[in-house]
Write a protein that binds this ligand. Sequence first.
Ligand SMILES: Nc1ncnc2c1ncn2[C@@H]1O[C@H](COP(=O)(O)OP(=O)(O)O)[C@@H](O)[C@H]1O
Ligand SMILES: O=C(CO)[C@@H](O)[C@H](O)COP(=O)(O)O
Length: 504
Amino acid sequence: MSEEFLLGIDIGTQGAKAIVINQNGEIRASGSHPYDFSVPKTGWAEQHPHQWWDGVKNALKQISQRGIELENIKGIGISGQMHSLVLLDENKKELGSSILWNDVRTHIECKEITDQIGETKLLNITQNAVLPGFTAPKLLWIKKHEPERYSRIKHMMQPKDYIVFKLSGELSTDVSDASGTSLFDVKNRCWSNEIIEALKIPHDWLPQVHESQTIVGQVSVQAAAETGLPFGIPITAGAGDNAAAALGNGIYEEGKGIISIGTSGTVFAPLKQVPERTGEGKIKTLHLFCHCLPGTWHAMGVTLSAGMSLKWFKETFSINSYDELLSGVEMVPSGSEGLVFLPYLNGERTPHNNSTAQGVFFGMGYQHTRAHFTRALLEGVSFSLKDCLELIEKMNIRIDDWYVTGGASKSGIWRSILADVLQKPLRAFEEREGPAFGAALLAGLGTGVWKSPDEFPSCFDQGIRSEYNARNSKIYKDTHEIYSELYNRLVPLYSKTSNREKMI
Ligand SMILES: Nc1ncnc2c1ncn2[C@@H]1O[C@H](COP(=O)(O)OP(=O)(O)O)[C@@H](O)[C@H]1O
Ligand SMILES: O=C(CO)[C@@H](O)[C@H](O)COP(=O)(O)O
């Protein structure tokens, strides 16, 4: 009998990835295709949906070149960057570029939505404050600034939904991605008519929402011709990349959490019910979304420029490779001899919700080399992840085991710094593309390969463990205080120097 496969595709911010796994959870082939986002103005971030579709086609081509018989793929699951707004017109053609999750131009629209609906009601229904980067404020921004584009909208969706559409012709979304739109009733796992009507968004723009493992379509004749995938393979609704990455690392029950260092940095804790939500202070910047298995949710903090800070540094200073950039970092002492980095290169979401925040290197001296700058950068991003984790702890969510995933988690030195900063041991599956793997598992659930996660193959072993060092942790506790004070002192200066008008 020939081996049967499941295909998982992830629409990351820096590239499309595809993996093929078998019933035993073994990865049989993978492919990827990189792309960038554009920054047309301060605080903006855009990609054209064509970039994702081309990326998927290229990643699939690599898979078939690796000798995988595409006929043996039994199901497809797709994950993707969350919140980014994709618009189609009446002919289902793309209406311009997508405004991405890390674009912070909509701070005014966030306030307008909050004032109109009321913060308490928003928290009660959507379980979240409206934050720049979420989907609904982007729509209102387009209505205000690009009325012609707005008048042509017939359908809205998010990146992985666009790929489901390109593969099957079907318009759909899933509960985890819908949670990040500010239009979704997270507790009841359905669109909120009340909010949609209040914002005067036509209901028929929204795709039907499904649980993530639901089969929503099949590979169309046209997609088969374009991708080489056989006609008729079932496609599941899929999930937002963070929920899919968590599932792909075995994180779907309370007690285990996961930190992702991709373009963004996220700290993710599964929940079996929706906790009481209060509207106080920084805790409002913690997200509460549906997880990608029925009857599960999660809390999440999101720092906008995590792996992206490293990529920015590498490219801005023309360093050839990550290996070259990271070499020598281990020789620099913890605390980078007084150099501190604030990773707010495009504003920040958790914990500050401040679109005027900017990146900073503070405390430079003759003693500092490039390796100090790199280490300070890894430390600064880790401090931001610590801020997210502390908010999860403040909600009394207990996590006994933390895992780490995402492109940057492949770096042993970064995992070790993060463990020291958090004062926690961390586990990682070094070779796994978390979101694509999770998407493939959803395809397996949807097509009946496994009836429930209890039947998943034993692909979640212990992973590689990074221990923390108590002496370094003490240094980082002190440096984190300086990091926090630095931000607090800069807030008045940020609002003075960042010309918000430049963003509009
Ligand atoms: N060889 C490497 N060593 C360390 N970090 C890396 C390496 N390759 C990529 N990265 C980091 O991974 C990030 C991309 O992570 P990834 O999970 O692929 O992002 P996304 O899913 O957002 O597209 C880069 O910004 C970079 O910081
Ligand atoms: O905005 C969020 C989550 O709320 C981001 O985490 C995006 O989902 C992008 O993820 P990566 O490309 O960094 O994986």
